[in-house]
Write a protein that binds this ligand. Sequence first.
Ligand code: HEM
Length: 536
Amino acid sequence: MNKNQNFWIQFRDWTAFGISHHVVMLIYALFLRNCVPYFIPELKWEYFFIRIFILHFVYVIFIHVTRMTTYPPGPPPMAIFGNSPFVNILKPEKTFLQYRAIYGPIFTLHLSQPTVILADYKSIHTALVGNGPQTSGRSSNESFVLFTGDRENGDGVILAMRQKWKDMRHEISRFMNKWYGAPMDELVLTHTNALENELVKVAKTQSFVDLRDPLAGAIANVIQQITIGRNYLYQDQEFQTQLRDINAVVKEIMTAEVFFVNCYPWLRFLPEGILRKWTNYKKSGFRLQQWFRTILEEHHINRHQGDFMSHMIDLQESKQEQFNDLSIILTCGDMWTGGMETTVTTLRWGLAYMLHNPDIQTKCRKEIEEVFGNGLPDMSKMNQTPFVRATLSEIQRLANVLPWAIPHKTLEECNIGGNHIPANTEIIPALGAILNDPDVFASPDKFNPERFLDEEGKYRVMEEFRPFGMGPRVCLGERIARTELYLIFCSLVQNFRFYLNIDDPLPTLERCIGGITAPPKPYATRVEYLGNRSVY
Ligand code: HEM
């Protein structure tokens, strides 16, 4: 980023700041000019305007000075919108890197409230690992409290805080331990086999298809088996409804309407239909909650199914208060949501990159065949496939599936890189800024798996490569995700060739509009079954 660009960004921000406050004044003036003569004919409207102008001016100065002395530096916020109009909603990491060049790696943006952005490895590590207990809170925004109903401690696991979160996280880890290793590999391979059966049908018809639904079906069935002991056929109507609802929730949460409700919570009392996206977000979220509630009721009747929900019902007997029905529903929902969109999105990006780079697809297949032959892929041999590992890391780096990460909140005041951060401040550990940091990954926009290999061709572990986050809130499904990504990717590339005909469009490699995850724009592929291993 050169000095010229930095100057123009600052110029733009200050201009927008000035103009927006003048517009607010103009609105006041118009309002007073029309209302004052109507209600108090003997008074001139200018009389009120001068006072409001002075009050507003003092307010702006006061807020600005308070902000500068309370939070790390950052661009001046516009009236009403804060800094949000200048954040690239599709690629926030680009905006974060731009501001990093001006204000340093720790800066403040006014989104729905003052939010501290951490935009390099050192500051994220200091915040999440060095100050883990202080920064392990979650947002109490209206869009979250709506579902948990507990502003102080949140609920479930993703949005839980303090002791409630510690207890829930502990129970999930305790339960997951019995799945790790062979049972998890077996579960993932079983569902990969079902996915491959679908792909064989596609290969037979030689059609040009979007694989989003079959991939979502396979990944969903893995996490559903673990959390609620269920499997669904991909075409099942109930399952399709859940997919639509989860898509709506992760998409609508980043819309302007939800943003404004978070800024101005009174907006949620507006009649239904005015804020249609907010209404859709709310309804889809509650429908999902209701789905988990129905499953919980069934579990109460038919206990001990060996899944996470049954495990939690067992605990309810001794700890009724802590693990109540709503906590169980929300936690299962969190594992389901957390485990679905992220992994499916990563695999979709993976296939898109394989279509763009057929030579890399071939190289991966060659390595997989050398190590596994026609047999099933096996996690214990992962180190023998460094190129496949490097390719998966490069896919994850560029996919950056949670470009906003999951925002944290400080539970106590703390110091991050010399900056004092007050309690109750929202923090975004911008993992995407690290994954796209040119100081860490040369030519970061380029797809280059080789960057994860050393001179001897072995997989190179890079400390800065942390797509699953770090510290006490690190992703709870990291092991599941790594197993799924490796086994599904290896199995698919071993058995199928993904290709395009000469007139077929290449995937754009652009992200879809909005959403908390960053999926690629819909694209289709052709599939050739290589017959290396029977998938029936
Ligand atoms: C490629 C796949 C995945 C990626 C890139 C990913 C990434 C992340 C990230 C960045 C966080 C936030 C960490 C933080 O707040 O600092 C997170 C949290 C979480 N993830 Fe994942 N994740 C993936 C798959 C999964 C899977 C398969 C599950 C299934 C259980 C899962 C469950 C969760 C949960 C429950 C949390 C919240 C943890 C907490 O708040 O204590 N994730 N994930």
